[in-house]
Unconditional design. Structure first.
Length: 332
């Protein structure tokens, strides 16, 4: 490898270490690393901003942007608070039943929305319900976090890594739905059974507290019914457009941005309110990572690593799959 390639590797590893250790904010680490890559000519502006192979993947950025706007508007309706209170009442205050309903709601929401946003929305209500039932919140939050990862794997839009993989590999929404959703259903069934074992000592039923929860009115959580129906209608249309990609031939990023635009234009939500809910640090973070990884491709580092890995597996597909699987899990 050239000197530039070695320096690029050092910059990437340094940025990765800073991100993992959280010594500085991950956005600062990613942007700093991207800036150094440009400074040492490991890449250039043309490759970083305009190349489909080694630059920022704008399809990923705009897909995330569009979905964040839609979720931000949906958040204002109070629908997640409604679902949590509804789950507590349907469980009749029984802790295990409550956990099952909450993890199922989290998994389903994570499949349709971004899993990080889903947990951020449902966590505050989990605190409220657990406080009312005199239950520790931590087991429920852990269960929801795991359920969001499982549910998010089911669809293209469920998790940012899915979006990146789909964009790079040319996979459609239906590819994820057909191949991942059935596995996710099996995993959720197994996981619900595991929750019974993992958290069984926290499932203490208090009939008095349960009666207090049953007195709650979930309908009061809905802040704006009209906005709720408008948001759900747009979300359904967006999901339908994702599924109909083979017919419509619109990229998911285009569908998400169109959906966000229609939702903001057709409702009383202002552009400022919609944009305020966008997780800009996440988008900038991904942009920085794209530039750093693209620099490794430009300098020949990634091709050499890929070649070495292919030679090490000696064409054994099973071994190669396990190597990628465990390496990805370990790094994650």
């Amino acid at each position: 490898m050239t000197v530039t390639a070695w320096v690029a590797v050092a910059v990437f590893l340094g940025a990765y270490a800073l991100i993992a250790s959280e010594k500085i904010h991950r956005v600062a680490a990613a942007l700093g690393g991207a800036g150094i890559m440009l400074l040492i000519h490991a890449t250039d502006a043309e490759a970083a901003f305009f190349s489909e192979e080694t630059g920022i993947d704008w399809n990923v950025i705009f897909l995330l942007l569009g979905m964040m706007v839609i979720v931000g508007v949906l958040k204002q309706t109070g629908v997640f608070e409604f679902l949590a209170i509804w789950a507590a009442k349907r469980a009749r205050g029984r802790p295990y039943r409550l956990m099952v309903l909450l993890v199922v709601i989290t998994a389903l929401a994570s499949a349709l929305l971004d899993n990080v946003t889903t947990v951020l929305l449902i966590a505050p209500v989990t605190f409220l319900v657990c406080e009312r039932l005199a239950l520790p919140a931590a087991p429920f939050l852990i269960a929801e976090a795991l359920a969001s990862n499982i549910g998010g794997a089911a669809t293209l839009v469920g998790d940012p890594p899915n979006i990146i993989i789909a964009s790079r590999a040319g996979l459609s929404f239906n590819d994820f739905l057909v191949h991942m959703a059935p596995m996710v259903i099996v995993l959720m069934i197994v996981y619900i059974g595991m929750c019974r074992l993992l958290f069984r000592r926290f499932f203490v039923y208090d009939p008095v507290r349960a009666a207090e929860v049953m007195a709650l009115n979930e309908r009061e959580a809905i802040a704006d019914r009209r906005l709720l129906w408008q948001s759900l209608a747009v979300l359904v249309l967006v999901m339908a457009a994702f599924v109909l990609h083979p017919v419509l031939h619109y990229e998911p990023s285009v569908v998400a941005v169109l959906g966000a635009g229609v939702l903001v234009a057709a409702t009383r939500v202002t552009a400022e309110e919609a944009i305020r809910e966008v997780e800009w640090p996440t988008l900038v973070f991904f942009a920085g990572l794209f530039i750093m990884v693209g620099s490794l491709v430009e300098t020949g580092v990634i091709p050499q690593i890929s070649k070495a890995a292919a030679e090490a597996t000696q064409g054994q597909l099973g071994f190669a799959t396990m190597l990628l699987l465990w390496a990805s899990g370990g790094l994650s």
